[in-house]
Design a protein around this ligand. Sequence first.
Ligand SMILES: Cc1ncc(COP(=O)(O)O)c(C=O)c1O
Length: 389
Amino acid sequence: MPIFYDIMSKPVTKPNNPNFSSGPCAKRPGWNINNLRTDTLGRSHRAKLPKQRLLDVINLTKEILQLPEDYKVGILAASDTGAIEAAMWSLLGARGVEVLAWENFGNDWVKDIKDQLKPEYLTIHKADYGKLPDLKNINFDNDIVFNWNGTTSGVCVPDADWISPNRKGLTICDATSAVFAMDMDWSKLDVVTWSWQKVLGGEAAHGMIAMSPKAIQRLSEYQPNWPIPKIFRLANNKKVIEGIFKGETINTPSMLCVEDAIDALHWIKSIGGVAGSVEKSKKNLQVVKQWVQSKDWIDFLAEDPATISSTSICLKITADWFLKLSDDDQQAKIKEINSMLDKEGVAYDINAYRTAPAGFRIWGGATVEASDIETLLPWIEWGYQSIKP
Ligand SMILES: Cc1ncc(COP(=O)(O)O)c(C=O)c1O
């Protein structure tokens, strides 16, 4: 049962877990470091047992996500950034490229493609924070690079219906804040990347990549004319580095992070697999939606309800007095509220991303309990009412 308070009185109940960061995200309920296996630590990652544990991550991932049988999954270096950059560096340039960007990370990939890779034909589809680019205006003869969820704006693609089933190009999707939390149509995605530190609540370390047969085929038919650092190399002279998909990482992984990822994957299984974790995330968003609907001073940054993210839930203050402030003053007010909440130990790291408009960002992935979000929201109201002129 939700508890209601007088508008100005300080709430009494605090969330059991005040960790609402959008990455690294809260550890799973019940997480305990003593649950992690340690017999792989201090050993070569190429030895039989550690290699098997790396392979366990791959196999569990495939099983839980119900990836098509012929998709390959690999572990790469440098978290999601490493995985998406390996994909871009190794695959782009064979065809024209279209890149979609509507927040910080998409904008980063635009910069990489435009300024570093410089493909011959490039179209950039950009939109402001809160919006999506026009998804009807894309030529699927080209390779398409996009984020499933814009973590810094809380805007996600509503589905994969806009992606052509008969595309000639590849779809390369940075889905780090979507995988395990949102339903994804794998048949429309040729390359998907993510990290362990988001929905799984794992440790930030390695990047994951899933590749369709078409993407793998590209590696054996095409070699880009730009330099590819070893760490991004998925093929050598058009020969796919198969080891990547068998637990033979390009460089040395942290086996402790590997054990933590396995713990997280088993937990996802225990809550009903990906259906269970998607459901948890939807429920978290639902709690915030109900609250937002009952307030006249706060709203989602996402303008179209179909695009509201259930993981990085981004909110903006819409009250007149607030909108009249300069950007800097808006940021300062939000910071004031968040410092109060931090000091009370009720919410850590809920400030909007540093390049996003002033606001709150609450993680709603599966490791966050709906009851904690429910308990947090009156505190945000209390903070807001306290700083309101
Ligand atoms: C959409 C998106 N892409 C990339 C990144 C970078 O991820 P990592 O730090 O795991 O490389 C993030 C991190 O929040 C993200 O949200």
